[in-house]
Design a protein around this ligand. Structure first.
Ligand code: CP
Ligand code: NVA
Length: 307
């Protein structure tokens, strides 16, 4: 039976652990001279409704490094759900390729792609979640700190798709996640509730805060993301008024303590959610984190496409 990756909430702790282990193995293998062609003759269609740098390039290079092929399909080309229904696109693509990665607005579009495609579907970001980012973030923390269980991560900013996936990621691995979001910009209650359910099996804790400085005190990792996600551009001016108290800057880092490091899924809006000094500072993991998109997703590709 085919397997999809639509949300980390669909995985169990063992599956997450196995993906991390495989990502670490593939990364080491690449560094030692290259990966074997385990996806030779396999192809991945990459359907985009939104722009991308990391997702597009890391999936394409990942497929190439594993001996397979990736096909980029720009937003205007398929015009998912407008030129042709999602169900028809899924059934047609599945006749040509071995897997589909899709970046969509409505999460239900990726759910429908998975329902109608006879090949695995990977969510490359929807308005609801960003599972490939969440796996990457786990890989980065595991690599840098040598563990996940008990690590305290504090997310500061908008309660968006990236926070939703971090909630599931933390819950599945026994982390301590605190989020500080302004009123009206909290993560969806159903996501928090689902993450809390998952957390009971691992001992993870989830804590909500309003005050960013209080939230980061003593934390291991400060994480932030854009104040205005793709699709919310009309709210950008209003959001710029709401979020300044949630900027990750030197002042916030001082409130956290000298152990704290900084993560951001990128793209960064420098001067908004993060300052140049922090993004380019000694405690920034931003570019190692971006690199890990490649390694984490290669593990997903091998698990889902190798057959
Ligand atoms: N973090 C991330 O998904 O980046 P892109 O939007 O550039 O793919
Ligand atoms: N929350 C952001 C993440 C970008 C990778 C967005 O959805 O635009």
């Amino acid at each position: 039976m085919k397997c999809d990756l639509l949300s980390l909430a669909d995985l169990d702790p063992e599956q997450v652990h196995d993906l991390m282990a495989l990502a670490i193995e593939l990364k080491a293998e690449l560094a030692a001279g290259g990966n074997g062609p385990v996806l030779a003759s396999k192809s991945l269609a990459m359907v985009f409704q939104k722009p991308s740098l990391r997702t597009r390039v890391s999936f394409e290079m990942g497929m190439q490094q594993l001996g397979g092929h990736a096909l980029y399909i720009a937003p205007a080309e398929i015009d998912l759900g407008h030129r042709e229904s999602v169900a028809d696109v899924a059934r047609v693509l599945a006749r040509y390729v071995d897997g589909i990665m899709a970046r969509v607005y409505a999460h239900d579009d990726v759910v429908q792609l998975a329902r109608w495609a006879s090949v695995p579907v990977i969510n490359g970001l929807s308005d609801l979640v960003h599972p490939c980012q969440g796996l990457t973030d786990l890989l980065t923390i595991q690599e840098k700190l040598g563990r996940l269980r008990g690590v305290h991560l504090t997310y500061v900013g908008d309660g968006n798709n990236v926070l939703h996936s971090l909630l599931y990621a933390a819950a599945l691995t026994g982390m301590k996640l605190t989020y500080a979001t302004p009123a009206g910009y909290d993560p969806l209650p159903e996501v928090v509730s689902k993450a809390s359910d998952l957390a009971t099996a691992t001992g993870a804790t989830i804590c909500a805060e309003r005050d960013a400085k209080r939230a980061v005190r003593g934390t291991d990792v400060i994480y932030t993301d854009t104040w205005t996600s793709m699709g919310q551009e009309a709210e950008a001016a209003e959001r710029r008024h709401v979020f300044p108290a949630y900027q990750v800057n030197d002042d916030l880092l001082s409130a956290a303590g000298s152990q704290a490091v900084v993560m951001h899924c990128l793209p960064a809006h420098r001067g908004e959610e993060i300052t140049d000094a922090v993004a380019d500072g000694e405690r920034s993991w931003l570019f190692d984190q971006a690199e890990n998109r490649l390694h984490a997703q290669k593990a997903v590709l091998v698990k889902l496409l190798r057959g």
